[in-house]
Design a protein around this ligand. Structure first.
Ligand code: F58
Length: 797
């Protein structure tokens, strides 16, 4: 967008006057913040108008990305960057007496997601928009996003995230496009002239009002939208009750409806079958599909060609109700016969799986399902009946597998099976993960639908994670290889020619140093602890989960501490940095945070280890904090038990910022390994077959404790209350008796690879060389590449 500083200033002054009635000299930071966002939003709306006109003419196939979560983060900097207006806006704001950096900092994260899955959805909106594909995201306009985390005495405490107060500037309500969603009620069948008709009556109606959050692409004509639904009662209050003087009761129905879009469920990799969550799912699925069908019918006379013009992509099973809801619309609202409706549905829907962990595979109790969604239940039952019959008839060799493949079993609706049965494409998110889907979780399906299962390795929005988050490194890269990498990340490969260039390598080292200093300043402010920016920054930031093994990292830190204290170990100074939210009801995860914090309290104040170790737990890990942490990371801890992390995307973000991966052969770590080669990554631990073998043999963590003196020393120390006199009995007993993700089994190998890391770090030149090699080979992990995989292999195949 071509706007001069002068023109921007005029826009700002005008908007400040019209919105707040002030001139710049009188305005507060908050008012200037509102003004800048309003001006940028208006530019996006204009651009969106032009883009929609073009779309109407060309009428390409539309992609609808259905996701319960979009972890958007902040938008202002991203939008200015994408519109190529950042330098001009900076000056315009400065000339009016304000500081754009301060304004950036006032923006809350739109935290409408838990972690990797939600962030991936946002990275894909960025990639698809930049590449000019018409992708619309659909989700819920949660009033409260992912909770704010504070640490009190080592214990995680959650606070509501009222992001709309400062974040609603980006949302445009479209009341004119509101639709109704029906819950509960009775389902009956009636004969009419058209035959047998299903009638859903006595339902409870919720109004879904869309709010659009515009997504800009980088140097692209496209402006896509993320459509977020807000729930309200179809009738604001019950007039009968109101007339009887029962004022509070008259508003209950409104409160019940509004609860649907009140708050994001903060569970990560664990699904609880809660009624409200089911209502959330159906609410946003039904509203979105009604919207999609209406939009299609505005341009087409029929729904017969829906699969040629539309893909509805189901991001994990949370929007799996798309399957029966599309069927319901076709059957009940548009009068299709079952076979034709099923054909259209199957050819329109695609599904991405993000986990193989059984506790995260969604199941809904059939009775609960029936109570809330009676019509949807009859449709799922019919889908299941027909599917089971088909297998029985056409695949006699699979008759034995019918109980495990069915969409309904053990009194539950199994959402993943439902998706695999219906969708024309099912993909995993890394090579290993997709192989596990094919060979294990969905093996029987793969045998009968041989081309359905495929892989799309995840990717990240490099423009956010490198260009916006790490300006120093970006300038260096631009100086060396030009700016082509912004649009084609594979161009980073050109950096390889500088791997023996001392000047470049030392410049890379200096940049990392400055980014570390920046993070050290933040740590000092946030945690009141001074860390040495010359120490190695070893980072593990991600949701807290046992399978991600933050605890193994912490045990190893304790091991180092004991070695320094008791056995005179000398090592390169190291700062271990953690950031992680635990699901509020996940006790063990919260205990692990308490353990890390306790460890930090003990180590950070111990002057006898002469600053060799520091342990920092950064509270409230979120997108905007990640943007500061990644550029400063030197070691990227990706240490999940092999076979458990579907992909990981933090691993890619840190690699792109020059950190070296210390990880297991899990998820996308394997593909990072393939890209950089064995000499530029630190791999340790059991791989998936080894994990499976040990599990089959019988794993006895207590044996490791008894045979490995380091493990014994560490656990004995904890047991004796060595960490600040605190009781961590649950942790010790968990490790000795269960250790579900085999941290103790991998401990020795983890310990040894850390020694290698320590040795390599002594050679700064070699380290920087490895770091540059990692950056140079991270191009494949661009979200743009993932989007092109979706485009070529799934969406426009
Ligand atoms: C994550 N899943 C995977 N789920 O764990 C990670 O390996 C992968 O890189 C990422 O998806 C993107 O593919 C994940 O983040 C959730 O947060 C769900 C939220 C809702 C409840 C169940 C977990």
């Amino acid at each position: 967008m071509n706007l001069s500083v002068q023109e921007l200033k005029q826009k700002l002054v005008k908007t400040l006057k019209s919105e707040y009635g002030y001139v710049p000299e009188e305005a507060t930071d908050r008012q200037m913040y509102g003004t800048v966002l309003t001006v940028v939003q208006e530019m996006l709306l204009d651009k969106r108008g032009e883009y929609l006109d073009k779309l109407k003419q060309k009428d390409p196939k539309r992609i609808y990305y259905m996701s319960m979560e979009f972890l958007v983060g902040r938008s202002l900097k991203n939008n200015l960057y994408n519109l190529c207006l950042e330098p001009e806006m900076k000056r315009a704001v400065a000339e009016l007496g304000f500081d754009l950096e301060r304004i950036y900092d006032m923006e809350p994260d739109a935290g409408l997601g838990n972690g990797g899955l939600g962030r991936l959805a946002s990275c894909y909106m960025d990639g698809a928009t930049t590449l000019g594909y018409p992708v619309t995201g659909f989700s819920i306009r949660y009033e409260f996003g992912i909770f704010k985390q504070k640490i009190v005495d080592g214990w995680q405490v959650e606070f509501p995230d009222n992001w709309l107060e400062m974040g609603s500037y980006w949302l445009t309500p479209r009341v004119d496009e509101a639709v109704e969603v029906h819950f509960e009620g009775n389902v009956t069948e009636q004969w009419s002239e058209q035959g047998l008709k299903t009638i859903h009556s006595n339902y409870y109606s919720v109004r879904a009002v869309p709010y659009d959050l515009l997504i800009s692409g980088h140097k692209s004509d496209a402006v896509n939208s993320l459509r977020l639904w807000r729930a309200e009662s179809a009738d604001a209050f019950d007039m009968n009750e109101f007339s009887r003087g029962e004022y509070v009761k008259s508003m209950e129905s409104d409160a019940k409806a509004a609860a649907i879009s009140k708050v994001l469920y903060p569970a990560d990799d664990h699904i609880e079958g809660k009624e409200l969550r089911l209502r959330q799912q159906y609410f946003f699925v039904s509203a979105s599909l009604q919207n999609i069908v209406q939009a299609h019918l505005r341009q087409n006379p029929t729904l017969d060609n829906l699969p040629d013009k539309v893909v509805i992509h189901i991001n994990d099973t949370h929007p799996a109700l798309c399957v029966p809801e599309l069927m319901r619309l076709l059957l009940d609202e548009y009068g299709y016969q079952w076979e034709k409706a099923w054909d259209i549905t199957c050819r329109t829907l695609a599904y991405t799986n993000h986990t193989v962990m059984s506790e995260a595979l969604e199941k809904w109790d059939l009775n609960l399902f029936r109570k809330h969604l009676p019509r949807i239940t009859t449709i799922v039952e019919e889908i299941n009946r027909r599917f089971c019959n088909e297998i029985f008839e056409k695949f006699p060799e699979k008759r034995g597998a019918i109980p495990s493949m069915a969409a309904i079993g053990d009194g539950c609706v199994r959402m993943a099976n439902l998706c695999v049965i219906a969708c024309y494409s099912v993909n995993g998110v890394s090579k290993l993960h997709s192989d596990i889907l094919k060979e294990d979780l969905f093996k029987d399906f793969d045998d009968i639908f041989p081309h359905k299962l495929t892989n799309v390795t995840n990717g990240i929005a490099a423009r956010r994670w490198l260009c916006q988050g790490n300006p120093l490194l970006t300038s260096m890269v631009k100086e060396l290889i030009g700016d082509g990498f912004e649009k084609d990340l594979m161009e980073l490969k050109k950096l390889e020619q500088y791997e023996s260039d001392d000047t470049v390598l030392s410049c890379l080292g200096d940049i990392k140093q400055r980014n570390k200093e920046n993070l050290a300043r933040y740590i000092s402010k946030a945690n009141g602890i001074n860390v040495d920016p010359c120490s190695m920054f070893d980072v593990q930031v991600k949701r807290l989960h046992e399978y991600k093994r933050q605890l193994m990292n912490a045990l190893h830190i304790l091991h180092l501490y004991l070695q320094i204290k008791n056995h005179g170990l000398e090592m390169e100074p190291r700062t271990f940095i953690f950031g992680a939210k635990a699901s509020p009801g996940y006790f063990m995860a919260k205990e692990i945070i308490r353990f890390i914090c306790g460890l930090g309290d003990m180590i950070n104040k111990d002057s006898s280890i002469s600053g060799m170790l520091k342990v920092i737990f950064l509270a409230d890990y979120k997108v905007s904090l990640a943007e500061m942490i990644y550029p400063a990371a030197e070691i990227s801890e990706q240490i999940s038990q092999a076979g458990k992390e579907a992909s990981g995307t933090g691993n890619m973000k840190m690699m792109l910022n020059g950190a070296l991966t210390l990880g297991t052969m899990d998820g996308a770590n394997i593909e990072i390994y393939e890209q950089v080669g064995k000499d530029n990554i630190f791999i340790f631990g059991m791989d998936t077959p080894e994990v499976n073998r040990l599990k089959a043999e019988g794993y006895h963590p207590r044996k490791v404790y008894e045979t490995n003196p380091y493990v014994k020393e560490v656990l004995d120390f904890v047991q004796k209350g060595g960490i600040e006199g605190k009781n961590f009995e649950t942790i010790v007993s968990y490790l000795l008796n269960n250790d579900s993700y085999m941290s103790l089994a991998d401990f020795e190998s983890y310990r040894q690879i850390h020694q290698t890391v320590n040795d390599v770090y002594k050679d700064a030149c070699r380290w920087n060389q490895m770091s540059l090699h990692n950056i140079a080979n991270s191009g494949i992990f661009s979200a743009d590449r993932s989007i092109m995989d979706y485009v070529n292999n799934i969406w426009y195949k």
